[in-house]
Ligand binder design. Structure first.
Ligand code: ADP
Ligand code: MG
Length: 350
């Protein structure tokens, strides 16, 4: 429609990667303008957002694990489902306004990528939240599709490509062809489960209690899925689970690899299951095209190697795995015809 096209010239159209760990916002023509943790601080026992609605994102994550008794920091999408609609809405609204306030006027069109496991009711809630936060039109697209576009895969071609996106709460595996998702798997095992595995290991082995942030730091600093050329070690501080006093311990990468074995195996299994469900013609394409690994969890050292060894299919880590989904949403804003094709091939779009 001509009118809509004209409006588009003036509006600040946005692409949003609504992730379980991080939310990224891009603006058409500008790239990524915001990247913050998907965290909201609320008053305990309520869904009342603190600090006049400003305790969202980085501000809220800093409160994580350090909050006084009457405040809790919540991740509303933690397990890939929307745990609390009101809090999700507050968060989405905050991010949209933060970006949109920079410009006058016309309400934006917003493309939002969502975890592929969320229900129709949750999709409706995301759409409504974005509309209430000032969007003129909201388009939802599935995360693996956005990732595929973000890494520059020829998603519209009649050839299969595979995306393995490991986020905080969910791992999404999908085979894409002709602008549609042919087969997919979404499991609630990703970065958070890795952190939990590290935490439990340190407690079991060293009687040392550590927080979520420390567990995540250990995973990033010395975690791996495949033996390293040079094994690493680091010092960890926590609380002795018996004496109740703070103390330190030195741990190495072989131990952490052992601790991470279970979540890593579950991820490998999700990839294998997806491959088994893929029609033979398309599975054949994957032998050449391979799979693209993305999402922050994809950065775990040696995960690409293990996936390749276990499946026999080439695996490439995306160049900037944390931003590919957001870049994909921005790309879609530029190509409205591509958006139409994607929406047409996703039957349950609301
Ligand atoms: P989501 O899309 O669910 O918001 P992201 O793609 O932003 O998730 O990835 C967040 C996850 O990636 C977190 O669990 C984080 O710990 C993990 N992560 C980030 N960097 C690394 C790294 N270098 N090694 C291992 N995991 C990482
Ligand atoms: Mg993601």
């Amino acid at each position: 429609m001509l009118f809509d096209k004209l409006l588009g010239l003036f509006s600040l159209d946005m692409g949003i990667d609504l992730g379980t760990a991080n939310t990224l916002v891009c603006v058409r023509g500008e790239g990524i303008v915001l990247s913050e943790p998907s965290v909201v601080a609320v008053k305990r026992g309520t869904n009342q957002v603190l600090l006049n609605g400003n305790a969202v994102g980085l501000v809220a994550k800093e409160m994580w694990g350090k909050t006084p008794a009457n405040i809790v920091a919540i991740r509303p999408l933690k397990d890939g489902v929307i745990a609390d609609f009101d809090i999700t809405e507050a968060m989405l609204g905050y991010f949209i306004r933060k970006v949109h306030n920079r410009k006058w006027g016309v309400k934006p069109r917003v493309v939002i990528s969502i975890p592929s496991g969320i229900t129709a009711v949750e999709k409706r809630a995301v759409t409504n939240s974005a509309e209430r936060a000032g969007a003129r039109k909201v388009y939802l697209i599935e995360e693996p599709m956005a990732a595929g576009i973000g890494v520059g895969l020829p998603v519209q071609e009649p050839t299969a490509n595979m995306i393995v996106d490991i986020g905080g709460g969910t791992t999404e595996v999908a085979v894409i062809s002709l602008a549609g998702i042919v087969t997919s798997e979404s499991i609630r095992v990703a970065g958070d489960e890795m952190d939990d595995a590290v935490k439990h290991y340190i407690k079991r082995t060293y009687n040392l209690l550590i927080g979520d942030q420390t567990a995540e730091r250990i995973k990033m600093q010395i975690g791996s899925a495949h033996p390293l050329e040079e094994e690493l070690s680091m010092e960890v501080k926590g609380v002795d689970s018996i004496a109740g006093l703070p103390r330190r311990a030195v741990i190495n990468s072989e131990e952490i690899r052992d601790a991470l074995r279970e979540p890593v195996e579950l991820i490998i299994n999700a990839v294998k299951v997806t491959l088994e469900k893929t029609p033979p013609e398309l599975a054949g394409d994957l032998v050449d095209n391979g799979m693209i690994l993305c999402g922050g969890g994809g950065l775990l050292r040696g995960l690409d190697k293990v996936l390749m060894e276990e499946t026999g299919i080439p695996c490439t880590l995306a160049a900037d795995p944390l931003t590919v989904v957001a870049k994909g949403t921005a790309e879609i804003l530029e190509q409205i015809d591509l958006l139409a094709k994607i929406l047409a091939s996703s039957e349950d779009q609301i």
